[in-house]
Design a binder for this molecule. Structure first.
Ligand SMILES: *Cc1c(COP(=O)(O)O)cnc(C)c1O
Length: 383
């Protein structure tokens, strides 16, 4: 094996998750598959064709470079929506390739319109509204100017969508804020519609909003984390499951991240393990040296915290996670040998390692750990 670890992506798990989400939203709501952050670490090149094979025909990305990677790797035509970074010089490319994109500044609107005119096409834009996230989006004053511009440039600019994004729909702590955002969105859309700006799609929902606030689904949902089989937060899961008869998680994780034991080492009681003194052997120990460290996205914050699976048993990370290796306690696992499989994330036998299982660490780590998985770890599709 050339690489010290590899990632498996399960097709049947993805199909399961997509089917579940489609059942939730019904046939009239467009499902946009969010593949920013290298498809949440799953790999755009591997994930997107798989998603298409599972029936996806609409993708959302953050940036133009992700859109480009998508375009080069999907076998079927699909709608591609850029939600964030698209620099004005790339507008020509974007419009030529029928990309749809968020617009949250007047300048972008004007440039898009000018480029569309030059190309003899129309730019398909999604007006992003500021409703309380305070990130990107037109505030009231800027929106008025955008409206005036739109009114006089209808042939160059097609109002494909009006959208916004919630500031934390995965936590009840933000309940009031989310509702205020929604009210603000409704008011602004109503006003735009009265002024004759009729979007094809109104869309606001990410995974958490789709589950916890069904009224946010509107014409399209932008679903990231849940298609990969993870809940946005434990709270979102408990809100969902409390409404169900069957108390079983309907999602399945796609990803297994695996490595092998590179070496074994016996350490006498009292010795410190690895750099520094964060772990002292409380007894004679056997350690497995695993060739994965923070350079591959296995966070240093998992030092003395993380767990892996070896021979279907949980084994604790001991000492600090190094750049390229970590040490794992296998003292109580019989017959461990060099080259045995190590599961860093995912399933082995009856056990599984989820990011959320790393106890005290925040569940935002689900998003973070996945997206930190480097591009150069090989990814394989399994059934
Ligand atoms: C990331 C993102 C989403 C998807 O969020 P999930 O919580 O992964 O479903 C939707 N919309 C926007 C604007 C985003 O940035």
């Amino acid at each position: 094996m050339l690489h010290s670890s590899y990632i498996e992506i399960s097709k049947s798990a993805l199909q399961n998750n997509i089917d579940f989400i489609r059942r939730e939203i019904g046939p009239d709501v467009q499902f946009s598959s969010v593949v920013k952050g290298n498809a949440y670490g799953h790999g755009i090149e591997q994930f997107a064709p798989l998603a298409q094979a599972c029936g996806i025909n609409h993708f959302s990305v953050f940036s133009a470079d992700e859109a480009d990677r998508l375009l080069k790797n999907i076998p079927q035509p699909a709608t591609i929506l850029i939600m964030g970074y698209l620099d004005n010089p790339e507008l020509e490319w974007a419009i030529r390739h029928d990309m749809e994109f968020f617009v949250f500044e007047l300048d972008r609107l004007q440039e898009a319109s000018a480029m569309a005119r030059k190309l003899g096409k129309s730019a398909k834009i999604h007006l992003e509204l500021e409703t309380g996230m305070n990130r990107t989006g037109f505030d009231k004053a800027a929106l008025a100017r955008a409206e005036a511009f739109l009114a006089s440039h209808r042939s160059e600019v097609e109002l494909q969508g009006i959208c916004t994004h919630f500031a934390g729909a995965e936590s009840m702590q933000n309940h009031e804020r989310v509702l205020r955002q929604l009210q603000k969105y409704y008011r602004q859309v109503a006003r735009l519609q009265q002024a004759g700006h009729l979007p094809r799609q109104r869309h606001t929902a990410c995974s958490a909003a789709m589950i916890s606030y069904p009224e946010t689904r509107m014409d399209m949902v932008r679903v990231g984390i849940m298609q990969y089989g993870l809940w946005p937060s434990p709270e979102t899961y408990s809100r969902y499951i409390s409404r169900q008869q069957e108390k079983k998680d309907p999602l399945q994780r796609l990803i297994n991240w695996k490595s092998r034991i590179m070496s074994l080492k016996s350490v006498p009681q009292g010795e410190y393990i690895g750099y520094g003194t964060s772990f002292q052997a409380p007894r004679d120990m056997v350690l497995a040296i695993v060739p994965v460290g923070y350079a591959w996205g296995y966070s240093r914050s998992l030092s003395n915290q993380g767990q892996v699976l070896i021979k279907g048993t949980r084994a604790a990370v001991v000492g600090n996670v190094n750049m390229n290796v970590m040490m794992v306690d296998v003292t109580d696992i019989p017959d461990v040998e060099k080259d045995d499989e190590v599961v860093l994330l995912g399933r082995q036998g009856k056990e599984s390692i989820t990011v959320a299982s790393f106890g005290e660490l925040s569940t935002q780590l689900n998003y973070e750990l996945l997206t930190r998985l480097p591009l150069n770890i090989p990814r394989y599709i399994i059934d």
